[in-house]
Ligand binder design. Structure first.
Ligand code: HAX
Length: 451
């Protein structure tokens, strides 16, 4: 089990040397500019974070350690010829920076299986919540309660040196990831299946076991889950779930708290909650037009009216991407391969043709194309996972792979507490009107110098 940890340590120490060299020799190199427009529109496009695991290109989509989603799905070894690559393989790539062999992948599967025992009090915390509590609320409460197990927390309180932070963080990260499927499946069965729980099968891989514990043990379900858990794993560092995890982690909060905080960010409708909203929005449309198989024209009229009334169509648009999300394409490809003629999937496909021109016509939407969330609900529903309140939790399990790998690098680098500067509106107005001059050539660690 130490094999993966040792490999990570070797790779991480090389990165650490690069980090130190950059910090010591090039800290004063300017990498971008910040305008009032940036400040007032969510700092999009401003380089301000260090993330090793993946990079998002607006016109190409996500690359994990330089490898696109399409390439990745061809490169990562599978359990069988027609199967999907395992998320364990993507985790290895993000963590170590190399494409894994099948042995590396099964090493991680086995490691996680041995770490997957969830402490009893975590189930007590879940069971103490109302049965109709939102699955994400149950999930975050469970994760937070698991911090009692944090090796990092204990080591930090015992005064461990900063250069060893990564070691106990690694243990927490691996334990946390290993236990997420069990916790989430417990919540799923408690909330939607009368609390009839299904024991884990430690012989299965991480995603396969999750499908099994949810009650979906067939090979097609496991294949779906492997794909789903791979494509949602990471989207560089600036998205809200990744950024929040990093921000909270920068206070040296333990990995359980940092991840729980990230999940609360994922739960917002502009982010991961959109995957639930898409399906309920489509269901509303079906009810409204009173047709399970509406024509493109009926869909167009419905969408137009919805937009005219100020609605935001979930599953379309993106803060960075300017193309159809390759994660959408991956799901479409999967559906085309394995699903013949499903109404909801047909509607999703029709929306692809209908919605972008309508969004373009608003004149304000920067990216009219569908994102990852536009497809996933219809796909999950086809496979019998119909409880859309649970979808964001599923997204969150996958997202742990990326944000927890990144947190490990934060600890390796010893990144400091994150603390940008804020000013009141009047300050920006004064700068805009030339009443205050800022000297960007004269910045120091504390921020812009006024002159
Ligand atoms: N429907 C209607 N209007 C939309 C829109 C959509 N799908 N997408 C963007 N707009 C609107 C914005 O609300 C904004 O309007 P106002 O100026 O009136 O506020 C305007 O177009 C400009 O927005 P933008 O610059 O193109 O987009 P942002 O970077 O501000 O926001 C969002 C990106 C993804 C949040 C946005 O496109 C959106 O709300 N989409 C629907 C929700 C969604 O699918 N979220 C999931 C995104 C992927 C993800 O993170 N998954 O987890």
């Amino acid at each position: 089990m130490e094999y993966i940890k040792n490999r990570f340590y070797e790779a991480a120490m090389k990165k650490y040397d690069e980090y130190l060299k950059l910090k010591n020799e090039h800290s004063d190199v300017v990498v971008g500019k910040v305008t009032i427009g940036h400040v007032l529109s969510g700092m999009k496009g401003v380089p301000s974070l260090l993330t090793e695991t993946s990079k998002l290109d607006p016109n190409e989509g996500i690359r994990f350690r330089g490898i696109s989603l399409k390439e990745l799905r061809k490169t990562i070894p599978r359990l069988c010829a027609h199967g999907e690559p395992l998320p364990e393989g993507l985790f290895y790539l993000m963590l170590i920076g190399e494409v894994p062999e099948l042995d590396d992948i099964s090493n991680i599967s086995k490691d996680w299986a041995t770490r997957a025992i969830v402490p009893g009090h975590v189930f007590d915390v879940i069971d103490a919540m109302p049965k109709n509590a939102r699955p994400m609320a149950q999930y975050v409460a469970a994760i937070t309660s698991m911090a009692s197990e944090s090796y990092f927390l204990n080591a930090h309180q015992a005064g461990v040196q900063k250069k060893y932070y990564w070691d106990t963080t690694y243990e927490d990260v691996m334990n946390l990831i290993a236990r997420l499927p069990r916790i989430a499946a417990y919540i799923y069965r408690r909330t939607f299946h009368k609390g009839e729980h299904i024991d884990p099968d430690p012989r299965l891989d991480w995603a396969g076991n999750f499908a099994h514990m949810m009650g979906f043990s067939s090979p097609p379900h496991m294949r779906l889950m492997r794909m789903y858990m791979s494509i949602h794993a990471d989207h560089e560092g600036g998205n809200v779930s990744a950024h929040t995890t990093h921000l909270v982690g920068s206070t040296l909060s333990n990995p359980y708290y940092a991840y729980a905080a990230g999940m609360l960010g994922l739960a917002g409708p502009l982010h991961g909650f959109a995957n639930q909203n898409v399906l309920s929005w489509i269901m509303d449309m079906i009810r409204d037009v009173n047709d399970e198989d509406p024509s493109p024209d009926r869909i167009r009229k419905y969408c137009k009216k919805f937009l005219d009334q100020g609605g935001v169509i979930p599953g379309f648009g993106h803060a960075v991407l300017r193309i159809t999300d390759p994660r959408y394409d991956a799901q479409k490809e999967f559906a085309e391969k394995f699903i013949k003629n499903d109404n909801l999937i047909n509607i999703v496909n029709k929306l692809y043709n209908v919605v972008p021109p309508l969004l373009e016509a608003t004149g304000k939407v920067k990216n009219p194309w569908p994102n990852v969330d536009a497809y996933s609900g219809a796909l999950l529903r086809f496979y019998g996972i119909k409880e859309h309140n649970f979808y964001t939790v599923m997204f969150g399990i996958s997202r742990a792979l990326g944000v927890m790998s990144s947190l490990l690098f934060d600890r390796v680098f010893g990144l400091p507490i994150e603390r940008p500067t804020s000013y009141p509106l009047q300050w920006y107005r004064d700068v805009a009107e030339g009443k205050i001059k800022v000297d960007i050539g004269n910045c120091d660690d504390s921020g812009i110098k006024e002159s």
